[in-house]
Design a protein around this ligand. Structure first.
Ligand SMILES: Cc1ncc(COP(=O)(O)O)c(C=O)c1O
Length: 395
């Protein structure tokens, strides 16, 4: 792999970004106010594996914009498809359209056990829709769940401070004993089990066990693959785990950073569509379908899942080696396409120091969240791993 020197360590001058944030706070919001003080960097553009801030600092992007940018920023194949679709207009009164049909066919090819694909704009909408659909088709209300499913009212177990009133979701926190006991006692109240796989923490086989137990108790089983579905490749993480759910939700990576989500499910679930009122105005925007069709073409033709899997392994190993060399007790929990860091054995303040060090060395990440790689990351592996090592050595 050739060494490129296009990114020098950042200057740490985020003055234009800081000024921008001051005004932003007055007239709009910043969901990450914790970053304002020490490293107020505001990203303004991206190209391939890199992002750039308002002060012209460049970074390798290990957030992939919450995991959504799976190929690379401003990937021409996707951008060109969007431009072409814009010439045809964007939203029409009748839902069915050639692009929507084409994307549904592609998703049914990815998830061959499913019968229908329904489209939304966000992950939260897709998971809320599938939860409501399962309630309608079963006549039951409880959703037994684990993991993050977005910001909607029905499920705030992952963000308890935002929860103001009880909901119909019951969280089992990936605890198999709690799960089993709940199924045994309450199976006839459960509309569905809805789980978000956390492959950096649990082996994929764990989800097959959850599926089997749900089936034994006659419960519908939905895998929230908003994060993992496209990243894991055809069939999503469900296929890697060897399970066939009743539905999956997908979104991130489906359109390489453009807004679209889908419920891909069997008729057992989508039959609830007429009663459940899970429609919304912008769910048939053409631009999302165009971006997704171009992205899915690329994911398949370039075997993106295999590339990001291999790339992620190299990057996570660079983290692991550098932590070991420095004697820092930070665990790297990897799955390949994404990984995260466990600081529970580390001294207080290390995570903050590392966050700043990564930014100063031109590596954009959110230290407390998942690290993701994209297809274009593979072109810069030597330089990226060198920067990761230098950043960890510097703390
Ligand atoms: C597994 C999962 N489900 C649902 C969501 C919510 O998606 P969105 O933020 O697009 O509403 C997310 C977002 O991080 C997610 O990771």
């Amino acid at each position: 792999m050739t060494q490129t020197n296009e990114i020098s360590a950042t200057t740490g001058d985020w003055s234009r970004s800081a000024e921008h944030l001051r005004r932003s706070h007055e007239v709009t919001t910043n969901p990450r106010p914790d970053q304002d003080g020490q490293f107020p960097c505001v990203l303004s553009r991206g190209a391939g594996a890199r992002v750039y801030d308002l002060d012209d600092n460049a970074y390798f992007d290990l957030t992939c914009s919450f995991g959504t940018v799976l190929i690379g920023h401003a990937e021409p194949a996707v951008t060109d498809a969007i431009r072409a679709s814009l010439d045809d207009g964007n939203l029409f009164y009748t839902g069915p359209s050639p692009r929507r049909l084409a994307l549904a066919e592609r998703l049914l090819d990815w998830f061959p056990w499913a019968d229908q694909a329904l489209f939304y704009r966000t992950g939260s909408c897709a998971v809320s829709a599938v939860a409501r659909l399962t309630q309608h088709v079963t006549g039951r209300t409880t959703v037994l769940t684990s993991g993050y499913h977005g910001w909607h009212d029905w499920h705030l177990e992952a963000v308890p401070e935002a929860k103001l009133f009880p909901s119909y979701a019951t969280e089992f926190h990936e605890d198999l004993d709690v799960y089993r006991a709940y199924l045994e006692r309450h199976a006839d109240e459960i509309a569905a089990v809805v789980v978000t796989p956390e492959p950096t923490r649990k082996p994929v086989g764990h989800y097959r066990v959850l599926r089997e137990l749900a089936a034994e108790h006659g419960c519908l089983f939905v895998v929230d693959e908003v994060k993992t579905g496209m990243r894991a490749g055809k069939g999503g993480l469900s296929a890697l785990a060897g399970l066939e759910p009743d539905a999956v939700t997908v979104s991130k990576g489906l359109a390489n950073g453009h807004s679209i989500s889908a419920v891909v499910g069997s008729r057992r679930i989508t039959d609830g569509l007429d009663e459940a009122h899970v429609w919304s105005t912008y769910q048939n925007e053409q631009v999302g379908f165009a971006a997704a069709l171009a992205t899915v073409d690329f994911l398949e033709s370039q075997d993106v899942a295999a590339v990001v899997g291999r790339t992620g392994r190299v990057v996570e190993q660079a983290f692991r080696s550098a932590f070991a060399e420095r004697g820092l007790p930070v665990e790297v929990r990897g799955w390949g396409p994404m990984f995260d860091l466990d600081f529970s054995a580390a001294e207080e303040g290390l995570a903050d120091r590392l966050q700043l060090a990564f930014l100063r060395h031109g590596v954009f990440c959110d230290i407390g969240d998942d690290f993701n790689v994209m297809y274009r990351t593979a072109d810069h592996l030597d330089e990226l791993t060198g920067r990761v090592t230098a950043a960890i050595r510097s703390v």
